[in-house]
Ligand binder design. Structure first.
Ligand code: NAD
Ligand code: UD1
Length: 369
């Protein structure tokens, strides 16, 4: 049966039939929570291309099974992928993930909620999914003797920093529940790391954008995008009339907010390199790393960069600042370079070209098929 037919014939079939259940191990066996999401799908593909076997635990709260079908298609027989559909807070689902087809060598924990505004409106949900979900995962890892973990943290744990470069030891000062829950998990993991032979890395991502160069997988926000980049690509596609620029009165050279945008493929590669690094450590390890380019760009620079890369004009109007936005976030990525040998290699042009290719090929995201 063709992959697309599996989707049409229902999710149960897809789980039983579509994802190969290889029993021969090439490389390692990793559990990826949230592996169907934006960053998770790109990372899963990279790991499969390296020959690793993956178990993906996802409840599709903010993603589609189609993303995994496409990951499998792009991996083209390299590595393998099994799906456990379930919630990270559900200890039984977690148990199924750990008991499927052999021991897990390491975990990347992407599953979680990431919308700042929603976290302000419903903080308990954020503490439950992000913090309690991480606790359920860590408890299962402990039970199964799997103590190698990469955790998705965020640059928003720095709050509204005034002093740059922003290094990992810069004091954290989260200003909304989303960032507070991510910092709480970092703290829970470092407490765990002090108690036993854990190898843990918390990666503080800056602003991942773009898509796989094939245009087959990418970011698929539901409804009106909150984030700058998908909003721009939807304006370019004619789905939205114009971009609203949230404030041009920030203390930055052109008055618009500065962020450190990095290509999602660079971010995906950072995860593979982090797992490699952790698996080589003989003793307990707890790491926190900024993952960004080190080169911040203003909203206007991104708009003009997109126009240059695609030849499409982006109409915009300046509106008041968005509550909760900070003037500038820009990584100092040197620790990631020293520790992992990782640096971002892709340019703004690459981010715009690949993000636009994804948008054009999938005007309605994964829901188009
Ligand atoms: P995403 O929403 O695309 O992916 C998250 C995945 O987790 C989705 O597939 C979703 O269905 C799944 N999920 C959500 N709740 C779940 C639950 N209770 N049980 C099982 N699965 C669940 O988000 P993303 O952009 O890929 O982000 C991945 C991680 O990186 C998140 O933890 C996010 O907080 C963090 N992060 C993202 C960014 C960013 O700009 N995208 C920046 C910093 C940190
Ligand atoms: C936002 C979240 C952050 C989260 C990240 C990924 C807020 C306050 N922050 O980061 O916690 O980790 O998304 O999900 O929501 N902008 C516009 N017009 C738009 C959209 C954005 O001008 O339509 C501006 C913003 O003011 C900001 C920049 O573009 O200066 C980047 O915004 P965005 O892509 O939402 O990222 P962050 O705000 O950094």
């Amino acid at each position: 049966m063709a992959l697309a037919d599996h989707v049409k014939s229902g999710f149960a079939n897809l789980q039983q039939n579509c994802f190969h259940q290889h029993t021969i191990h090439v490389g390692h066996r990793f559990l990826i929570t949230g592996g169907a999401g934006f960053i998770g799908s790109h990372t899963a593909l990279g790991l499969m291309e390296q020959g690793h076997s993956l178990v993906i635990l996802d409840n599709f709260d903010n993603s589609s099974p189609d993303a995994l079908l496409r990951v499998e298609e792009l991996a083209n027989g390299s590595g393998s992928l099994e799906l456990v559909e379930g919630d990270v807070r559900d200890a039984d689902a977690m148990e199924r993930a750990f008991q499927s087809n052999g021991p897990i060598d390491g975990v990347i924990h992407f599953a979680g909620l990431k919308a700042v505004g929603e976290s302000v409106r419903d903080p308990l949900r954020y503490w439950d999914v992000n913090v309690n979900g991480s606790r359920v995962l860590a408890a299962a890892m402990e039970r199964h003797g799997c103590k190698t973990l990469v955790f998705s943290s965020t640059s928003t744990v720095y709050g509204e920093p005034e002093i740059f470069p922003l290094r990992e030891q810069t004091p954290t000062a989260p200003i909304h529940p989303y960032a507070q829950t991510k910092l709480a998990v970092e703290q829970m993991l470092s407490a765990l790391g002090r108690n036993g032979a854990w190898r843990i890395a918390s990666l503080r991502y800056f602003n991942p954008v773009g898509a796989h160069p094939s245009g087959r997988i990418g970011e698929d926000p539901l409804g009106i995008p909150n984030n700058l980049f998908p909003f721009i690509t939807q304006v370019a596609a004619g789905r939205r009339d114009q971009l609203q620029i949230f404030g041009n009165d920030y203390p930055t050279p052109d008055g618009t907010g500065i962020r450190d945008y990095l290509h999602v493929m660079d971010l995906a590669e950072a995860h593979g390199m982090t797992l490699d690094h952790l698996l080589k450590q003989a003793g307990p390890t707890t790491l926190t790393l900024n993952i960004g380019t080190g080169h911040g760009l203003s909203v206007l620079e991104v708009v003009h960069g997109f126009e240059r890369a695609t030849g499409i004009t982006i109409p915009y109007k300046v509106v008041p600042r968005r509550p909760g936005d900070v003037p500038k976030l820009e990584a100092c990525p040197l620790k990631a370079k020293d520790t992992l040998g990782w640096t971002a290699t892709r340019t703004l042009d690459d981010m715009c070209r690949d993000g636009w290719a994804w948008q054009q090929a999938n005007p309605m995201g994964y829901r188009g098929e």
